[in-house]
Design a protein around this ligand. Structure first.
Ligand code: F6P
Length: 291
């Protein structure tokens, strides 16, 4: 079979590991085509080559070795048609799309046009419907926890409060997980939260507040918090630090499990599936859903 693979959208640790395990499970009996920079590469028929040894070296590193991109062109009819042309020019039997919600929409477009797709959830935000784990999420949470724990040492020395902004786009999973893990004083995770509620919930001398991105201006909020509490307040936007670094062991195990399930389905010629992990009383189990 001719099998295409692309990553689209935000990168994250564990994604290279999934790629390596997909390649390992498929390359002996198939021709693998790696598209460079996601849907952009599909539109422009731009590919990149790696051998199994190189992919293994990348497998425990963050980032995406075949590169990703945000590709607004693929949200247009013309963009999808260009992608279909590349699909056909390469005689693809199936294309593995790795990404988040936006990439899933792109995958749907191709399925609607009669193409075979497999979808693998890759997003630190963990915001894909019916999915409890997407690749990158556990390391992003871990990165936030490490970052906050380190900054908190200095906040304690100066009896300061600190507000930490985490990523997630419109999803509160990173914020909630991190807040719970470090026993934060308050998690400002949606637009209904308020300064009053936040101030009331303070339980420590050096309050730690977790703020999900895209809700409010952190600088302004920190100033209002300081005024309301009288506690000297600093703020940190954790930013892209969350998306990099070595994947956690859990991330490596989960991303391999997803890749192995995907390879099995492809070998059985079962296409147009999403390979999801669902939490079943604390154990993550693969769940296969139609794209
Ligand atoms: O989807 C992952 C994510 O890191 C979001 O949490 C964040 O809002 C966004 O990507 C940032 O996007 P960009 O990499 O385009 O700045």
């Amino acid at each position: 079979m001719n099998i295409g693979i692309l990553f689209s959208g935000g990168d994250g640790p564990g994604m290279n590991n999934c790629l390596y395990n997909l390649y390992k499970g498929l390359y002996k009996n198939n021709n693998i085509i790696l598209f460079y920079e996601g849907f952009k590469g599909l539109i422009n028929n731009k590919t990149i080559q790696f051998d199994i040894k190189e992919l293994k070296q990348y497998s425990t590193e963050g980032g995406i070795c075949i590169k990703s991109s945000r590709c607004p062109e693929f949200a247009t009819k013309q963009g999808v048609q260009k992608g279909i042309k590349t699909y056909e020019d390469n005689n693809l039997d199936v294309l593995i799309v790795m990404g988040g919600n936006g990439s899933l929409r792109g995958a749907h477009e191709l399925v609607e046009e009669g193409k075979n797709i497999m979808f693998i959830p890759c997003s630190i935000d963990n915001d894909i419907t019916d999915c409890d784990y997407s690749i990158g999420y556990t390391t992003a949470c871990q990165n936030c926890i490490e970052y906050i724990t380190s900054v908190h040492d200095t906040m304690e020395s100066f009896s300061r409060a600190c507000i930490y902004e985490v990523m997630g786009r419109d999803c509160d999973k990173i914020a909630n997980f991190v807040a719970h893990s470090i026993d934060a004083d308050y998690v400002y995770n949606n637009k209904d939260c308020s300064l009053e509620e936040c101030v009331k919930s303070i339980k420590s001398k050096n309050p730690v507040i977790i703020l999900r991105e895209n809700i409010l201006d952190i600088k302004d909020f920190a100033a209002k918090f300081e005024q309301a509490t009288g506690i000297e307040t600093r703020y940190c936007v954790i930013g892209y630090y969350q998306r990099g670094g070595r994947p956690t062991d859990e991330e490596i195990i989960f991303s391999k499990a997803i890749a192995d399930n995907c390879c099995n389905l492809i070998n059985q010629k079962q296409f147009n599936k999403q390979i999801l992990l669902k939490d079943n009383n604390g154990t993550f189990m693969p769940v296969i859903k139609e794209v």
